[in-house]
Design a protein around this ligand. Structure first.
Ligand code: 2NL
Length: 351
């Protein structure tokens, strides 16, 4: 092996060993730079006799092009490795699932209330609002509960450690009726001048959905539950209207025509006469059983008077339904605890 072949091999070895483009350029300078090893050989050519100069010159040029080729090869492979590394660093797994916004949903009881509001809305009913902490008068007296009625007792109703202007403990409303009492009283006040002249007033048509509280806790009762009460008062509103309204509710809420409605005599202090409302589906998972779904009745004259209205001129009905039970019947929920536990595995099914 002559000196030029050795030089080419050692250049090639140094180029291949250069780990970065900068070090490769340093190695290049050691061979092809101003005072590089190959450049020195070219400079030395001048001292040779003419005959040798030709052959030696050709050999050196051959070695030079080999070294240049080796340099280019190494440059290319370093550039390719750099690109590879960059691509690797910026790699994006397009098969990864996208990050999603956690989508919420309405609780089945909220859905039930919203749907029932829409159904009653289509029948001309307004939606009342009102506080959950109430006065004794709003929760009991206005509704014709006698002073010593058991519903007023600490065993049945939650009291708040604050007294009202009458010196009576405030309560957590045991039904949503107080909202209707407030609504009906505001309605009567708004139309007071017409009523004083013996003129008719617009009918009261309202529902009162919301939370209610009772000292009651077992497999089928929660101390906080949801109720939807309804009230329709006018010059000539009867049980016939109640039956039509209630049947419309059942038809639209349960999305079926295949059911019967039955009134069963009952008792509430705020209605007279009073009736439980039962329904029985003719088909579907609930078919064949009478289900008790609401309490109802003709609004008691004392209650009408407490609205600020004349029971001789205003008559009508009221009812109360359990929204939690309606949700359970509609969505096939078999355990009341699922309604109140807030377990997302259950709730996500309603999104
Ligand atoms: C039940 C009973 C009922 C009412 C609620 C009512 C409201 C006013 C006046 C008269 Cl402002 N009555 N509400 C009437 C009858 C029954 O609910 O067991 N509900 C689940």
């Amino acid at each position: 092996m002559n000196d030029l072949e050795q030089l080419s091999l050692s250049a090639q070895a140094e180029f291949d060993a250069a780990p970065t483009p900068a070090e490769l350029e340093n190695a290049k300078a050691r061979y092809l730079g101003k005072s590089g090893r190959l450049t020195e050989l070219l400079k030395a050519l001048g001292a040779l006799p003419v005959e040798q100069k030709k052959t030696r010159g050709a050999e050196i040029n051959l070695a030079k092009s080999r070294i240049e080729a080796a340099l280019q090869t190494r440059r290319d492979s370093l550039a390719a490795a750099e690109l590879d590394a960059q691509l690797q660093a910026e790699a994006l797994d397009v098969t990864l699932p996208g990050r999603q916004r956690g989508g919420g949903g309405l609780h089945p009881v909220s859905r039930t209330i919203e749907r029932i509001e829409a159904i009653f809305g289509s029948m001309g009913f307004d939606v009342a609002e009102g506080p959950e902490i109430e006065t004794d008068w709003m929760s009991f007296t206005a509704l014709n509960n006698p002073e010593n009625h058991p519903a007023r007792s600490m065993q049945d109703t939650f009291y708040v450690d604050v007294k009202d202007a009458q010196g009576r403990w405030l309560n957590l409303r045991p039904h949503t009726s107080p909202m209707q009492v407030r609504y009906a009283r505001a309605h009567a006040a708004r139309h007071a001048s017409r009523l004083a002249e013996g003129q008719p007033m617009p009918e009261v048509r309202v529902i009162a959905p919301g939370r209610a509280y009772r000292v009651d806790s077992d497999a089928t009762h929660s101390p906080m539950f949801h109720q939807i009460e309804g009230l329709w008062l006018g010059a000539n509103v009867s049980f016939k209207d109640l039956k039509v309204v209630f049947a419309s509710l059942v038809r639209e809420f349960f999305e079926t025509d295949d059911f019967d409605v039955r009134f069963r005599p009952s008792f509430f202090p705020f209605t007279e006469p009073s009736a439980e409302i039962d329904i029985r589906f003719g088909s579907g998972p609930l078919a064949g059983r009478w289900l008790e779904v609401a309490g109802s009745g003709q609004v008691h004259p004392t209650v009408v008077r407490n609205f600020g209205l004349d029971p001789e001129a205003q008559i009508g009905f009221a009812f109360g339904i359990g929204a939690d039970r309606f949700a359970m019947l509609r969505y096939g929920i078999d355990d009341l605890r699922l309604i109140f536990d807030g377990d997302l595995r259950f709730l996500a099914q309603f999104n």
